[in-house]
Design a protein around this ligand. Structure first.
Ligand code: FAD
Length: 312
């Protein structure tokens, strides 16, 4: 229970504007941010992606910017992605490097036609990805946005059939969503879910979330799509391996995904074992909410943050 309270408090803090402004201005960049975030500039993301690709890892890059408040800001985020994709193409890093996008950053929460604006921006990014020879995965945000994200996915896939989406095992609906999306050509990134969700829609017990994760994996591995197993949980990674064997799936017909800075040795171990592993690399000036969500998952890391604040 204490851990649950701390998680809720930290997830609350991840939405606090005042805290964000204070913390983003602290000279923390070296220690804490650099551990989980490539940097604030596009060149940082391209450099880190190149380093990881050199080690045989695939990459997905996320431009951190979540609270898009007006149309101009949404356009700026889309332009960031377009220019990032051009840079990746130039650096010859596509197709091993794709991008992950949050529809809220592309304008979905704007009043009136937010979803239409986000779709239009996402289409531009998908076109730039196609031109660069790579693709896009839609991140999933809190449960109130799941349906809208899946609608946007359907729209995008009409023109860009390689676009993928994230599903969150902590939501009770996700096993059914996995069934709907287990068709040929479909790309589903399965994660536990990083948002503090109500019991009406989500499993709140960690064991229950893990069991849901296994049920979802079973659906995805038995299906015809491309499962992307996004977890640092050693047991779930192991179960994924046995499901792949049971369904006679070749290495490369599914992949593992982990966050930049987490379980780096495990990422390399899987690569050595012949597995495809993709690292999720975030960059950009708005790293605060992302960092706090990572800390909420592992409050032991909080001491690390506090020590950096104290010594900065
Ligand atoms: P946990 O139960 O959190 O951790 C299992 C074990 O992993 C721990 O016991 C520990 O050994 C190790 N571990 C976990 N976290 C850490 C850490 N911070 N430091 C050190 N060791 C750690 N969530 C969304 O809601 N939407 C998304 O779109 C989304 N996209 C994601 C994309 C990728 C590629 C990944 C890997 C995660 C994504 N997430 C997303 C986050 C995800 O939902 C979880 O919050 C996060 O991955 C932690 O869950 P876990 O599966 O690693 O399991």
């Amino acid at each position: 229970p204490a851990r649950g309270l701390l998680r809720s408090a930290l997830l609350g803090a991840s939405r606090s504007e005042r805290l964000r402004h204070t913390v983003e201005r602290l000279p923390l960049t070296r220690d804490v941010v650099a551990r989980y975030v490539a940097g604030t500039e596009q060149s940082d993301a391209v450099r880190v992606a190149g380093e990881l690709a050199g080690e045989g890892l695939a990459v997905t890059i996320d431009y951190l910017g979540e609270d898009t408040r007006d149309r101009a800001q949404a356009t700026t985020v889309a332009q960031q992605y377009v220019s990032l994709l051009e840079a990746l193409h130039k650096a010859e890093l596509a197709p091993d490097v794709e991008v992950s996008v949050k529809l809220s950053a592309l304008g979905r929460t704007l009043p009136a036609d937010g979803t239409a604006i986000a779709l239009e921006n996402a289409q531009q990014i998908c076109q730039a990805a196609a031109d660069a020879g790579t693709t896009v995965t839609l991140d999933m945000e809190d449960h109130t946005t799941t349906d809208a994200t899946l609608d946007v996915l359907r729209n995008l896939r009409a023109d860009f059939p390689s676009v993928g989406v994230v599903l969150q095992a902590q939501l009770k609906r996700t096993e059914a969503d996995c069934r709907d999306l287990a068709y040929e050509g479909s790309r589903v990134r399965l994660c536990k879910g990083a948002y503090d969700e109500p019991e009406s829609v989500a499993f709140r017990d960690r064991g229950e979330v893990d069991r849901s994760y296994v049920r979802c994996m079973k659906v995805l591995f038995a299906g015809d799509g491309y499962p992307m197993i996004a977890t640092h949980d050693a047991r779930l990674v192991e179960i994924a391996g046995s499901l792949a064997a049971r369904h006679r799936r070749e290495q490369g017909s599914y992949e593992y995904q982990m966050l930049y800075g987490l379980r780096s040795r495990e990422q390399r171990r899987l690569v050595r074992a012949g597995e495809r592993v993709r690292v999720y690399v975030p960059y950009g000036p708005e790293w605060y909410a992302y960092l706090v969500r990572r800390l909420a998952e592992r409050p032991a890391n909080l001491g690390f943050l506090l020590r950096s604040v104290a010594s900065s």
